[in-house]
Design a protein around this ligand. Sequence first.
Ligand SMILES: C[S@@+](CC[C@H](N)C(=O)[O-])C[C@H]1O[C@@H](n2cnc3c(N)ncnc32)[C@H](O)[C@@H]1O
Length: 263
Amino acid sequence: MSLLGQPGNSVKLVDRAKTKVIGAVTPGSSDSEAAGRAIREMFTSIAPRYDLLNHLLSFQVDRLWWRRAARSFRAILTEPASHALDLCCGTGDMTFALLRQSSGSGVRILGVDFSHAMLERARSKSAGTSLAWIEADALHLPFPDAQFELVTAAFGFRNLANYDASLSEMVRVLKPGGECGILDFGEPKGVIGRVYRIYFRQVLPVVGTMVSGVRGPYAYLPASVERFPGPAEMIERMRQCGFRTASWTPYTFGIAGLYRGKK
Ligand SMILES: C[S@@+](CC[C@H](N)C(=O)[O-])C[C@H]1O[C@@H](n2cnc3c(N)ncnc32)[C@H](O)[C@@H]1O
């Protein structure tokens, strides 16, 4: 589901005023490599309970969000010659949603994550499917330019140590006319927003910590969402990084939302 941190090794977002790098980083380390290592350890520590907690804490709405996001790219996914890449795939739920929308077209879908433990779970869930998994860093993708018609990232983008570097990598590996879809949390407004924030700040961290058995990561989640750039800034960044068009569609009152970009 989202971003996280651990006591003594907690993850926070870099102070935008003091540095040009915008993304999740670890305190005391200004380079994105060290930040990436800490983030990988953090996800590895919660991998065993990740799926359970995702569904529990989102009341299963996460499934609807993955499906809705994947459905937006049905035209690409039903094209047999297409290649799709799901970044920060974790245990693979967004990747599976993409596969389901392909309706057996034969599209090639790759899931990428840098946590071995998360990928092991994705692999064990995907036996007998055509999905393939690669252990790699989303900031340095091991692919030549212009390989994919579609690149997605669900609830992973916010955890990257350098947002602009990641957007530029997406643009690089997309074919001209290819599309990206970034599904991530937002901040709902009004009464719904107030109720949601009580749940997100006070209930979710307690349940997440209890069930995962790891102190810290789920307590950090609300802060990471609060600090994540809002839609206007994200759209501007997407344009600056090379997307010709960029848009945002809110899901469930803006609790989540899908950024779409076209190269
Ligand atoms: C919150 S999980 C999302 C997993 C899945 N997409 C989902 O929707 O449930 C974020 C994932 O991003 C991965 N991740 C974070 N930074 C990464 C990076 N630089 N390169 C590759 N994977 C990364 C983590 O290992 C983790 O599995």
